[in-house]
Design a protein around this ligand. Structure first.
Ligand code: FA5
Length: 346
């Protein structure tokens, strides 16, 4: 009897194993594996029922049957884990396939900005001046009346102030938006002893009526060279050198007498495209691009430079004007209208 019971239990175990392994093979996902685990390996599962039956065996048979059932448990557990692993593996593979980059797709082009033409021209001019031995420095856009006018030999009631009709800051009688970059001359000379050889690029502001060649906000580059023995020849040589470097051989320049309270003598420089006198746009007409002159002794004295010992020249050029001529832009307002077709052309 006991032997029959024992053999019956082993047979049941055998059948359970066969059935379970068949079912396991047919499972199609991890969720079904969990159901399988509950059904066969759970606390009230089929294997647990067989283990319960162990109690009914005589003690000397239990050990062997127990080992067989443990081996069965081991087999089912291992096979179940293997199955779960294979689902996890398949799922990982599928995810990787879905996430795979198609490196044969054409890339998306990045929209890159570019420098505004006025910035490009400023940098180009700065590079030329650096090659000529000048250092690039800056000055404030909000200036005091002293630096913008007084120190440049333009006292309060001087008629030359009319040439630089100014924007004053509300509530500050003494503060204005600089009308030119010349105040930076005084600031630099106050801070250094000669030789001084600098250029100062920056924005300027004037209550000028806006037209094709005038804007209320525009850019200048100031140049100042003070040392022993600086003469008009230095001024002339430097101006012709950078104009030729910037425009190439296709342009010509002329000097025209002018007046500035802070230089003596003073002049303007006009430039035009060679051989295009009959053309009506600015490429054909003379265009004033800069004012210049030998630094007035009164300005040197103001910064405690001895005019007997030191001389110098200065100039202030209009960046927009220089660009207009080079690139055939007829109207200064074009620079500020942000028309992408115009901006992208440069
Ligand atoms: C001056 O501003 C003097 N500070 C230049 C100077 C410096 C003379 C050092 C002597 C020594 P002027 O006002 O002429 O000068 O302006 C110089 C240049 O700035 C002009 O030739 C022109 O190219 C440009 N400019 C002047 N006003 C405007 C404006 N409203 N819009 C655009 N460009 C302008």
């Amino acid at each position: 009897m006991a032997t029959a019971q024992h053999d019956g239990l082993l047979q049941k175990a055998q059948r359970l194993e066969e059935q379970a392994l068949r079912e396991l093979k047919a499972l199609s996902n991890a969720q079904l594996c969990e159901e399988f685990r509950v059904k066969y390996l759970g606390r009230k599962g089929q294997l647990a029922q067989l283990l319960d039956e162990l109690k009914t065996l005589p003690p000397e048979r239990r050990a062997e049957a127990g080992r067989a059932l443990n081996a069965l448990k081991e087999t089912l557990t291992t096979e179940l884990e293997r199955r779960l692993d294979s689902f996890a593996h398949a799922e990982r593979e599928a995810r990787l396939r879905a996430e795979a980059l198609d490196i044969t797709l054409p890339g998306r082009r990045q929209k890159l900005g570019s420098l505004h033409l006025i910035t490009q021209v400023t940098k180009e001019l700065e590079d030329i001046f650096v090659r000529l031995g000048f250092e690039v420095v800056t000055g404030p856009e909000v200036e005091t009346d002293y630096y913008n006018f007084e120190a440049l030999n333009i006292p309060k009631d001087h008629p030359a102030r009319d040439d630089w009709d100014s924007f004053y800051l509300d509530g500050f009688e003494d503060l204005l938006l600089r009308t030119h970059t010349s105040p930076a001359q005084v600031r630099v000379m106050q801070q250094r002893r000669p030789p001084v050889k600098v250029v100062v690029p920056g924005k300027c502001f004037r209550r000028d009526a806006t037209d094709a060649t005038h804007s209320m906000v525009f850019h200048q580059i100031e140049m100042l060279w003070v040392d022993k023995g600086i003469s008009f020849a230095h001024l002339k040589g430097t101006i012709f050198a950078f104009i030729e470097e910037f425009y190439g051989k296709g342009f010509e320049a002329r000097f025209v007498g002018d007046y500035f309270p802070f230089t003596e003598p003073s002049l303007q420089v006009h430039v035009r495209r060679k051989g295009s006198e009959l053309r009506t746009h600015h490429g054909g007409r003379w265009l004033e691009i800069l004012g210049a002159g030998m630094v007035d002794p009164a300005v040197l004295q103001e910064v405690d430079y001895d005019p007997e010992e030191y001389t110098g020249f200065a100039l202030g050029l209009g960046v927009e004007r220089m660009a207009m001529l080079k690139y055939g832009v007829d109207d200064i307002r074009t620079f500020y209208q942000n028309d992408m077709r115009f901006l992208e052309a440069f």
